[in-house]
Design a protein around this ligand. Structure first.
Ligand SMILES: [Zn+2]
Length: 152
């Protein structure tokens, strides 16, 4: 099985670190903010971690892009839940939802995905891939892909 060279950096890379506004709960990813994009508070932000999966809310398929990109390339807006929101997963308790935290709205590229398989409401998995390189230095970032065996 192919094991990507960045695998050993997984601890550092795999977590989708985001920040959550303490005033309104808006989750900002990936950028770090000093002022909340939604409520405008220059408040406190706590760090939170996102699940490595999300639900597609909207998408487009790009056909014309710079040479460095594979086309056609699906781009999507996804809701990505916070890890903490699912504490004690499987208990079925949705009671404490107010404190559960809302999902982050993430804009993401897809990879290894048939554009025909794109669907609003589908689940996608976050994976780490080399997105582009700057002067020979590869930059690893996350992309989304359809979980294997789950495409319809
Ligand atoms: Zn806010």
């Amino acid at each position: 099985m192919y094991e990507p060279p960045f695998w050993r950096d997984r601890d550092r890379n795999e977590r989708l670190a985001a920040t959550e506004c303490s005033s309104c709960g808006y989750v900002s990813f990936p950028e770090r903010r000093e002022v909340c994009k939604r409520c405008g508070e220059r408040g406190e932000f706590s760090e939170t971690t996102l699940e490595e999966r999300g639900i597609v809310q909207s998408y487009v398929v790009q056909n014309r892009l710079p040479e460095a990109f594979e086309t056609p390339l699906p781009l999507a807006v996804l809701d990505v839940p916070q890890v903490d929101a699912n504490d004690g997963e499987g208990t079925g308790s949705e009671a404490g939802d107010e404190n559960a935290g809302e999902p982050a709205r993430v804009y993401g590229l897809f990879t290894e995905t048939d554009p025909e398989a794109m669907e609003i409401g589908m689940e996608a998995e976050a994976v780490f891939r080399e997105t582009f390189d700057i002067e020979g230095l590869p930059v690893h970032s996350f992309k989304f892909t359809v979980p294997r065996g789950e495409s319809r």
